[in-house]
Unconditional design. Structure first.
Length: 201
């Protein structure tokens, strides 16, 4: 079996070691967000971490270049918290972000059944963010919601998922770490099926 290569783009997270523990069955590389992101397509999947910095959204050159790299990437991507915000900005002009800090555990409702959640209808997620996604564009399908906004979403056409809560920070405390592992497996399998179909078409 060919070992899958996964790239973690560290946006300033405090939980790199948690990501490594959750993905120990894969070949992992980790780069800082200010490093060269021109070779994303050599990986099987990209993970965008959250951040412990105050995010800056605007016309900064690095920010525009980052969004462009994500938009041009042809591989599956999972964004956590700030990583989700980046994906939403890269793929939808209609997305609305609002500054509204939330820190703690919030009840989260699955609004659209999805394999990453098994058969769960609701769960408790750990949220640690300054901004929340108030509204998604039509490019995304909302999968879960908590009291203050979108909790999880999947791109309507591309192998891309965003998660607002922190599943990587829930090990030994909550069950949401398995949701992250499920999302990784789901997107890798989805991409593999697309590749098989393209070869037999």
């Amino acid at each position: 079996m060919i070992e899958k290569r996964i790239l973690i783009i560290d946006n300033g997270t405090q939980y790199i070691n948690h990501f490594e523990a959750l993905m120990q069955d894969y070949r992992l590389d980790i780069v800082h967000w200010r490093e060269d992101l021109d070779r994303l397509d050599v990986y099987d999947l990209i993970v965008l971490s959250g951040t412990s910095y105050l995010p800056v959204f605007g016309a900064h050159t690095w920010y525009r270049r980052y969004l462009q790299s994500l938009h041009e990437c042809r591989k599956p991507i999972i964004g956590i918290c700030f990583g989700f915000h980046l994906l939403a900005k890269a793929y939808s002009k209609a997305v609305q972000l609002r500054f509204q800090p939330h820190f703690g555990h919030y009840r989260t409702t699955v609004v659209r059944p999805h394999p990453i959640f098994y058969e769960e209808r609701s769960f408790t997620g750990r949220y640690k963010h300054a901004f929340r996604i108030r509204r998604l564009g039509n490019e995304f399908i909302e999968l879960a919601r908590y009291s203050n906004g979108v909790a999880a979403a999947e791109h309507r056409y591309k192998p891309i998922m965003g998660i607002q809560f922190h599943p990587e920070d829930a090990m030994d405390q909550l069950s949401t770490d398995t949701f992250f592992q499920n999302a990784v497996a789901y997107l890798l399998d989805k991409e593999a099926r697309v590749q098989r179909d393209s070869k037999t078409a």
